[in-house]
Ligand binder design. Sequence first.
Ligand code: NI
Length: 187
Amino acid sequence: MAILKIARMGHPVLSRAALPVADPTAPAIARLIEDMMETLEDANGAGLAAPQVHVPLRLVLFRVPPGRETAEEESADGEHAPSSELESPTVLINPAIEPIGERMVEDLEACLSLPGLAGVVPRHDHILYRWTDTEGRKHECEARGFHARVVQHECDHLDGILYPMRMTDLSTLSFTSELGRPAALEA
Ligand code: NI
């Protein structure tokens, strides 16, 4: 296990599309996940995408703080999907997102790759997302609110998109030390 260095805005790994994980069950992927778990814990973030630790693969971790989970979960093979209530982060390999409905919601986001900054970002309130787990099984899950927001933030990292690129009002981009309130998520 190791705490990995987090790439900051401007590093090319954050601005290009990441490659699909060919074998989600590979030992190298298990090691990467262990290191990312430790890095996420150390940074006290809500989520972390592999490109943020200089690995250009389609893999993310996220966690939803207790009281903020609003997911309706089901999985393709009939088993229950990993719950966002778990203390341990959920791992999404090769995730894909489909918005449900038109409703967008705004909230203050921060990113571990833009330390010290936050901005108001519109996101889809309700999404369906699909992913593969570390045993190669496929799952899908509906999410709303914070859960939907953190998944959208993380999956954007896989396409080279940082939250300022989603902002519609750049005048809200601020140093968190000037805001007097924490961002809804830092991931
Ligand atoms: Ni981020």
